[in-house]
Design a protein around this ligand. Structure first.
Ligand code: 5AD
Ligand code: SF4
Length: 468
């Protein structure tokens, strides 16, 4: 009988990707995935360390799992509990010390070793869980099996991991390790397999994805622009995206790729964190606000329709009213389609956590509210500017209402339509009729089957059948 596996994923897309790949490693061991921890033979928490109080949340979840595990054990059944991801990497020893119910702890770079770890954990009688949080010399990508399940019409593909930038607020360089780019050949092979299994859109992932510099079949090192061009040649791959980028790696070739490659969606998440040069310097971002503005100008020259997104931190230690005003000015000038914003919170072990001039909580809250009001207004007006336009939408999920399907516009907006389920997985043309702060509504434009899908004859046939 198949053993049941439940993986709970926290945090970024990179963790979603890692969860899928952990599943790929465990399926050959006889596991199949289930939707909850009750009755599971193995539960893995794939954790994220970015958000505040991340480890407390993990410990509270582990408390609930302990109760489930005790119930199973009282019936003579076994249940393994694993903690993976960035909290495991940063606080693995502490987890094993405090949470005796945990059988295995492993980091983002060692989950290819899960078969050995699971065998070891099943035979472990020491009363203490096992841990593997190395940064191994081997790359996990050389050991991971091929994907065991189709990843859906929109899939993630990890091309780069880790970060050497050491922004002073950030834990990533400590939890994900040094920058590493996968070889081009294995990326293209993975993309082809995804497309064969029905994927139409691939989002390339990396903590510093535009710092990609992978070894290519021509013996050279390719940067992200070159990789995107090669991926655009994969037959049946309709849409490409990448996330997350650093301004300093936004080179001219990549900007030109936005101009020339229609497969590359006109959307870019390019975090700046603050509009003040003084704060940017304290954050060790290694660029000025002006440099960022120049990159945005170049991007908009190359691709006028590009929608921009960013991350902002308010209340970084030492941030003055004047610094904050510069962030507001930058947001006003750039005009974002959407963005994420956070109050600074100290992460143990990072340089900024030790700075004396921490900003009081109430000031952080005031600044965040002001910044979000501005960003929300920009997002609403961006969404409203879509009303009356036709957008291509990749339909990928059911909506909340009866008969409703949802997908993403080229600009990453959620778009909902009333449409037959057979359109699932297709790219359709949608006339936008109304805009909400976080989504758009519209109707599928009938008629031209070319708008349903662009590629192979087979797909065109399906597209024709799918016409309303
Ligand atoms: N405090 C607040 N926000 C943070 N981020 C990363 N570290 C911190 C921190 N210590 C935010 C940054 C980053 C995003 C993923 O999370 O804006 O870009
Ligand atoms: Fe963290 Fe991004 Fe800075 Fe790297 S570039 S340290 S991942 S914020």
């Amino acid at each position: 009988m198949a053993k049941k596996l439940y993986i709970k994923t926290y945090g970024c897309q990179m963790n979603v990707y890692d969860t899928n790949r952990m599943t790929d490693v465990l399926v050959p061991l006889g596991y199949e995935t289930v939707d909850g921890p009750e009755g599971a033979d193995m539960v893995i928490l794939n954790t994220c360390h970015i958000r505040e109080k991340a480890s407390e949340k993990v410990f509270s979840e582990l408390g609930q799992l302990r109760r489930i595990k005790e119930r199973r054990e009282s019936k003579g059944e076994k249940m393994l509990i694993g903690v993976a991801g960035c909290v495991a990497q940063a606080e693995g020893e502490e987890i094993l010390r405090r949470a005796k119910q945990v059988d295995l702890v492993f980091g983002p770079q060692t989950y290819h070793r899960l078969p050995e770890m699971v065998t070891q954990a099943l035979g472990n009688t020491t009363g203490r869980g096992i841990s593997d949080t190395d940064f191994p010399v081997e790359s996990k990508f050389d050991f991971l099996p091929e994907e065991s399940l189709p990843q859906g019409s929109s899939a993630f593909l990890s091309v780069q991991e880790g970060c050497d930038k050491f922004c002073t607020f950030c834990v990533v360089p400590y939890t994900r390790g040094a920058e590493f780019s996968r070889p081009v050949k294995s990326i293209i092979e993975e993309a082809k397999r995804l497309v064969l299994n029905g994927t139409k859109e691939i989002t390339l992932l990396g903590q510093n994805v535009n710092g990609f510099h992978g070894e290519a079949p021509d013996g050279k090192s390719w940067k992200l622009g070159r990789l995107l061009r090669a991926l655009a040649e994969v037959d049946g791959l309709e849409r490409l995206r990448y996330i997350t980028s650093h301004p300093n790696d936004m080179d001219d070739e990549l900007i030109k790729t936005h101009q020339e490659l229609s497969t590359l969606m006109p959307y870019l998440h390019l975090p700046i964190q603050s509009g003040s040069d003084r704060v940017l310097e304290m954050m060790n971002r290694k660029h000025t606000a002006d440099h960022y503005r120049k990159i945005i100008d170049k991007l908009r020259d190359a691709c006028p329709e590009i929608a921009l997104s960013s991350d902002f931190i308010v209340g970084f230690p030492g941030e003055s009213d004047r610094d904050f005003a510069e962030t507001i000015r930058l947001i006003t000038d750039i005009n974002y389609a959407q963005a994420y914003s956070f109050k600074y919170s100290p992460r143990p072990g990072t340089p900024a956590a030790g700075i004396d001039a921490q900003v009081p909580e109430d000031i952080k809250s005031q600044r965040l509210a002001m910044l979000q009001e501005l960003l929300n207004a920009q997002q609403i007006s961006f969404n409203q500017s879509m009303v009356g336009k036709n957008l291509s939408v990749l339909i990928e999920r059911k909506g909340r209402e009866e008969g409703q399907l949802g997908g993403r516009s080229p600009y990453m907006q959620s778009v909902f339509v009333q449409a037959p389920e057979r359109l699932m997985g297709h790219i359709v043309e949608v006339k936008i009729e109304s805009a909400q702060p976080n989504s758009l509504n519209g109707s599928v434009v009938t008629g031209d089957f070319d708008t349903l899908d662009r590629h192979t004859v087979n797909e065109k046939q399906t597209a024709m059948e799918a016409r309303i």
